[in-house]
Design a protein around this ligand. Structure first.
Ligand SMILES: Cc1cc2nc3c(=O)[nH]c(=O)nc-3n(C[C@H](O)[C@H](O)[C@H](O)COP(=O)(O)OP(=O)(O)OC[C@H]3O[C@@H](n4cnc5c(N)ncnc54)[C@H](O)[C@@H]3O)c2cc1C
Length: 453
C-alpha cells in the first residue's frame, strides 16, 4: 500500500491534502531556492498521531519534512519530491504555564509573538525576538534553527531557553529529553542536540521554555556615523566596556537607502546603530550616556527619528527593503557569526569584496553577538552575475571561518549553505552523521539537509 493510502486510513480528509494548491504552499520556504512539490501534506492532531505517521513513513521509506511557518531562509523547510510535509502549525496550545518557575510548556506550532502576548499578563516573556519574523515564526521552528534576534545580545538565543523537549524520533519512538530543572548535570545533553538540528533528528511535539521577567523599563536610541567601520567599531567598544545592551542593531548605508526606497522614511543615508536598554530608569540613563560618549568619540551623532518612527519597525523591514530594491534581482544571503572584535574587519571585507565584482551588498544584523547578515543582490537569469554573487558569498564564509567564526549564526544550514559545511566542521561531520543514524536509521527525517549521509 502506498503512503497516501496508508495515511488516509487514520487521518481524516480535513487534515491531509494532495491538492496541488496546498502542496504549492508547503513546497517552499523564504529562501530563494526552487520549490519542490511533496506527495502530500498532513496536519497532525497530536504526538501519538505523529508517531504513527513516522512509523508508516519508515515502512514505506517516505521522507518527512516537518514544517512550522516555513519562514526558514536556507531551504531547510523545502520538502523532498518523494516525501510528505508534516505541518505542525495547527498545534498552537499552551500546555502548561508555571509562572512561579518562570516556565511554560507549549505545542510546537505556537507563533512567537502570540506566545509573548499571552505571557504579558504574567509579566513574563520569551526573549529571542527574531528581527523580522516574530509575527510568523513558530516556537518549534525557532528551536529547530536555534533562532535568535534583536534581544539575544542581552538574553541569549533560543538554545538558552530550552529546558525540556518531547520528541518523536525517526523510528516513531516518543520520548522526553531534558527536565524542568533550571540546571542539570545528568547525562548527555540531548536537548542541545535537537536544538538547531533543522528537523533532521526528531520531530518536536512539546517544548518547555525558561522565561524571563519583563524589564521594568526600556529605552531606545539611535546613532548615525560617517562610515560603516566607525559604526562597527562603536559596537565592539560598547561590548568591551561591558555596556548592558538589550539590543544593538547595525544597518549599513546601503540598507538605509533600501529602507528609504521601500517606505519613504526620509532617513539620512549613513550607517546607523539602533540600541535598546532594559532596566530601572536610573540604569537606563547611565547606559544611554555611556553609549553616547562611545559613539560620539568614534565620530557618531544621535540620530533623531521623525515623529511616529520607531527603530524596530524600521529594522523589521530590512529584508523586504533589500528584496524590493532592484526588480529582477534575487538575494544571495549570508548570516555569518564571528568573534565580536572582528566586526569592523568583516564589514570592510564584505563591501570591498562586493565592490571588486561590481555587486551591491547590504550588511546589518545583531552585531552585539558578532552576527552579520550580508545580503547580495544579483540577477538570477544573468548566469555570470549570479555565479559571481555565489562566489562572493563563499568568500565571505571562508573569511568568517578563517577568523574563527561560523557559517550560520541563526538561520541554519538547510540546503543553502551545505557546500562549505565540511570546511567549518572537518572530521566532526562524520560524527554528526553517526548521531543522525542513531536518531533516524532510515534517513527519513528531512533528508539531505545540513549534510548528506
Ligand atoms: C523577514 C524574515 C526575518 C527573519 N529574521 C530572523 C531573525 O532575526 N532571527 C532568526 O533566527 N531567524 C530569522 N528568520 C528566519 C526564520 O524566521 C527562523 O529560522 C524561524 O525560527 C523559523 O521558524 P518557522 O516556524 O518558520 O520554521 P520553518 O521554516 O517551518 O522550519 C525551519 C526548520 O525547522 C524544522 N522544524 C520546524 N518545526 C519543527 C518541529 N516541530 N520539529 C522538528 N523540526 C521542525 C523544519 O523542518 C526546518 O528545518 C527570518 C525570516 C524572515 C522571512
Amino acid at each position: 500500500m502506498d503512503i497516501i493510502t496508508r495515511l488516509s486510513e487514520f487521518i481524516p480528509p480535513d487534515r491531509m491534502s494532495i491538492h496541488p494548491d496546498e502542496l504549492a504552499v508547503v513546497s517552499k520556504d523564504e529562501s530563494t531556492l526552487e520549490p519542490v512539490l511533496p506527495q502530500a501534506v498532513v496536519w497532525p492532531a497530536d504526538a501519538d498521531e505523529i508517531s504513527r505517521i513516522v512509523i508508516e513513513c519508515r515502512e514505506t521509506q517516505t521522507p518527512i519534512t516537518t514544517r512550522g511557518a516555513g519562514s526558514a531562509l536556507e531551504g531547510s523547510t523545502i520538502p523532498d519530491v518523494t516525501g510528505i510535509v508534516l505541518d505542525v502549525s495547527r498545534l498552537t496550545d499552551i500546555i502548561a504555564l508555571y509562572p512561579d518557575d518562570l516556565q511554560v510548556t507549549v505545542q510546537p506550532g505556537i507563533i512567537y509573538d502570540d506566545l509573548n502576548n499571552k505571557l504579558k499578563d504574567e509579566g513574563l516573556f520569551f526573549p529571542p525576538a527574531p528581527g523580522g519574523s516574530g509575527d510568523i515564526a513558530t516556537v518549534g521552528g525557532m528551536v529547530s534553527t536555534n533562532a535568535s534576534g534583536i534581544y539575544s545580545v542581552k538574553y541569549g538565543g533560543t538554545r538558552e531557553y530550552i529546558l525540556q523537549l518531547e520528541i518523536v524520533t525517526g523510528t516513531g519512538e516518543r520520548m522526553t529529553v531534558g527536565s524542568r530543572a533550571a540546571k542539570r548535570s545528568s547525562g548527555y545533553n540531548l536537548v542541545d542536540l535537537i536544538v538547531g538540528s533543522e528537523g533532521t533528528l526528531a520531530i518536536i511535539t512539546a517544548i518547555t521554555l525558561k522565561l524571563a521577567g519583563l524589564p521594568e523599563a526600556r529605552r531606545q536610541t539611535a546613532f548615525k556615523f560617517a562610515d560603516d567601520i566607525s559604526a562597527a567599531k562603536a559596537v565592539s567598544e560598547m561590548c568591551r566596556y561591558g555596556l548592558d545592551l538589550a539590543a544593538v542593531e547595525f544597518l549599513d548605508r546601503a540598507l538605509i537607502h533600501a529602507l528609504n526606497r521601500l517606505k519613504d522614511y526620509g532617513l539620512e543615508e549613513v550607517p546607523c546603530l539602533f540600541l535598546e536598554f532594559h532596566g530601572p530608569e536610573a540604569v537606563l540613563e547611565s547606559n544611554a550616556e555611556l553609549a553616547e560618549s562611545i559613539c560620539t568619540e568614534l565620530g557618531g551623532a544621535p540620530l533623531v527619528l521623525a515623529d511616529g518612527q520607531r527603530p524596530w519597525e524600521i529594522r523589521h523591514y530590512a529584508t523586504d527593503a533589500v528584496k524590493h530594491l532592484k526588480p529582477g534581482h534575487g538575494i544571495i544571503r549570508n548570516d555569518v557569526a564571528f568573534p565580536i572584535s572582528r566586526l569592523p574587519e568583516m564589514v570592510k571585507f564584505c563591501h570591498e569584496a562586493a565592490g571588486e565584482v561590481g555587486l551591491t551588498i547590504h550588511t546589518f544584523g545583531h552585531v552585539g553577538l558578532g552576527l552579520l547578515h550580508a545580503l547580495i543582490l544579483a540577477r538570477r537569469e544573468n548566469t555570470e552575475e549570479w555565479q559571481a554573487g555565489l562566489k562572493l558569498s563563499d568568500r565571505i564564509i571562508r573569511k568568517t571561518i578563517e577568523l574563527g567564526g561560523t557559517i550560520s549564526g541563526e538561520h541554519g544550514i538547510g540546503l543553502g549553505h551545505k557546500n562549505l559545511f565540511e570546511l567549518e566542521h572537518g572530521p566532526a561531520v562524520e560524527l554528526m552523521r553517526k548521531i543522525k543514524r542513531q536518531f533516524d536509521p532510515d534517513n527519513i527525517l528531512n533528508p539531505g539537509k545540513i549534510f548528506d549521509l
